[in-house]
Design a protein around this ligand. Structure first.
Ligand SMILES: Cc1cc2nc3c(=O)[nH]c(=O)nc-3n(C[C@H](O)[C@H](O)[C@H](O)COP(=O)(O)OP(=O)(O)OC[C@H]3O[C@@H](n4cnc5c(N)ncnc54)[C@H](O)[C@@H]3O)c2cc1C
Length: 499
């Protein structure tokens, strides 16, 4: 049988997506006859933001063989236990979305049902007291998980990182190059297609050099050089659900304690991120250009900085949505080229990671089986939609009436998938996790509760539990949390010891 294996992979783009893909492929594709090249243009540059992550990044780092200590040092990274949301339900509100679940599920029923019953008692403790990561975040403390302590909240600490994206990209480049990935510097000025079926054959660089390949990975960012500009894959625009379309980013000096969490503060026409690194704070105001000018948006950002600015403001434009065919012919789009969901829940780098894993599972040969491609695209869409719905929840579950943005999102039509979830939750507090989707029940609960949406009832099966038994269990859980909290250390000191 003729060898149909792919032998030449060309990654176009050297941002976070391009170099993550290069590093992963260099490890996962063990066949030494496969040649991987990455073309990037220093002249064009990268988007340069993307500093907050979710816990899955740790698995990616393990895959590419990073030592945590070295990684923390080289990317100026800090630990992240979750996100604090300010002003989202109503102006003045604050809540945490921690990475780990609350309390302990009992009798197969999610903990939040027990808490919803418990709060009928006026002396009940707030939900934050049942989550070790929220308690630690409020004290700016951190601890690594201790998986050997089975049953203890310390066993299940879920953490991520906040890091310098450009340093991470450089690190990934080093990993990839050390494993044989060839970097080609140059601007792609022409994309050549096979006349018979439109598959991409080669790229022409400004220097005149030609780079040929069999599988192309489009990591060229929002411009989607191969997927859109060449193959016209199309884009599903979701900005009617998520209308923010611009951001202005600016770093500032560190100020105050080093928080082990990202903060998202809602403003009148968008929201502002605050991401602490070891050496600076990353900040950005994500906003909707229908409701605020760039100048006003920057003024809002500046007045919300905790420290003195240390970089020029950087303006970015985007459109929320997804490429209609993230995999089209012999081009797979990754990162911003495949679609974009605003960074409210720090999901973009994660979506790069899962796309790489999905591509590996469905890795093609030169036949490029259309069914595999359809399957890949269906799963990508499902994943994007699940994340999209969760992000929309933050907007639609608001009580704010103080500006056109909030009036719009509070009253807008919702995707049916989300409408159903909200209706079910409001009735009896039930939450579901479909197809191992990214955000589990506790995440949905954190946002509902944090934004003042309480169900009418809780799970009917827990009524059999006697009041005193429920009180006893809740007290025990709180005590266990407090006890475990003693093992946490000041985040800044902890980092210093480990870098
Ligand atoms: C405002 C904002 C905030 C964000 N915050 C987060 C966050 O907190 N967490 C998170 O996970 N993600 C975040 N993201 C997303 C994250 O920044 C991106 O997912 C990530 O940086 C990947 O970008 P990329 O590699 O796809 O594209 P880019 O960084 O844009 O890289 C594109 C690459 O393509 C190359 N290129 C383009 N055209 C050509 C050409 N003609 N020839 C040769 N090379 C070319 C460029 O040189 C560059 O190397 C954020 C995004 C935005 C816009």
């Amino acid at each position: 049988m003729q060898d149909q294996n792919i032998k030449e992979i060309v990654i176009v783009g050297g941002g976070t997506a391009g170099w993550m893909a290069a590093a992963a492929f260099s490890i996962l594709l063990r066949d030494p006859t496969i040649k991987i090249r990455l073309v990037e243009s220093d002249e064009i540059g990268t988007v340069g933001v993307g500093e907050a992550t979710i816990p899955h990044i740790r698995y990616f780092n393990q895959l590419v063989g990073l030592d945590e200590k070295e990684y923390l040092r080289r990317t100026n990274a800090t630990f992240k236990l979750g996100i604090e949301f300010v002003n989202w339900g109503q102006v003045g509100d604050r809540y945490f979305h921690p990475f780990s679940p609350y309390g302990v599920n009992m009798d197969g029923i999610h903990f939040h049902h027990f808490w919803l019953r418990h709060i009928q008692n006026p002396d009940a403790a707030p939900i934050d007291d049942y989550n070790i990561q929220v308690l630690a975040s409020k004290l700016n403390k951190f601890a690594h998980p201790q998986p050997n302590l089975r049953g203890s909240p310390l066993a299940n600490i879920e953490y991520a990182y906040q890091f310098d994206a450009s340093l991470y990209g450089k690190y990934m480049r080093e990993v990839a190059e050390s494993r044989g990935v060839e970097r080609v510097e140059g601007k792609v000025v022409e994309v050549r297609q096979r006349p018979e079926d439109g598959f991409i054959e080669s790229l022409k660089l400004e220097s005149g050099e030609t780079v040929a390949g069999e599988l192309f990975i489009d990591c060229t960012g929002f411009r989607g050089l191969l997927t859109e500009q060449t193959l016209k894959s199309g884009y599903d625009d979701w900005s009617h659900y998520l209308p923010v379309d611009r951001a202005v980013a600016q770093a500032c000096e560190l100020a105050g304690p080093l928080t082990p969490f990202t903060r998202s503060t809602a403003h009148k026409a968008g929201w502002q991120w605050r991401i602490p690194l070891q050496n600076r704070l990353g900040n950005g105001h994500v906003y909707c250009s229908d409701y605020i000018s760039d100048d006003e948006a920057y003024d809002t950002l500046k007045s919300g900085l905790d420290g003195a600015p240390i970089s020029d403001p950087r303006f970015l434009r985007f459109k929320t949505g997804i490429r209609k065919k993230p995999w089209n012919k012999n081009v797979v789009a990754l990162g911003l080229a495949s679609g974009f969901l605003e960074p409210l829940e720090s999901t973009s780098i994660h979506l790069i990671q899962t796309a790489i894993a999905r591509l590996m599972t469905n890795f093609p040969d030169k036949i490029f089986n259309e069914r595999d491609i359809e399957y890949y695209n269906d799963r990508t869409l499902a994943e994007f939609e699940q994340v999209r719905d969760f992000i929309i929840l933050h907007y639609c579950a608001t009580q704010r009436t103080d500006s056109p943005l909030w009036n719009h999102v509070r009253t807008m039509d919702l995707p049916e998938t989300l409408r159903q979830r909200i209706d079910i939750y409001k009735e009896n507090g039930r939450l579901y996790r479909h197809d191992n989707e990214l955000f589990g029940e506790h995440s949905w609960f954190a946002v509902f509760e944090g934004q003042n949406i309480r169900p009418k009832r809780y799970h009917p099966v827990i009524n059999h539990l006697a009041d005193d038994m429920l009180e006893k269990r809740m007290t025990e859980i709180r005590r266990a949390m407090q006890k475990c909290l003693e093992q946490f250390e000041d985040h800044a000191e902890y980092l210093q010891k480990r870098t």
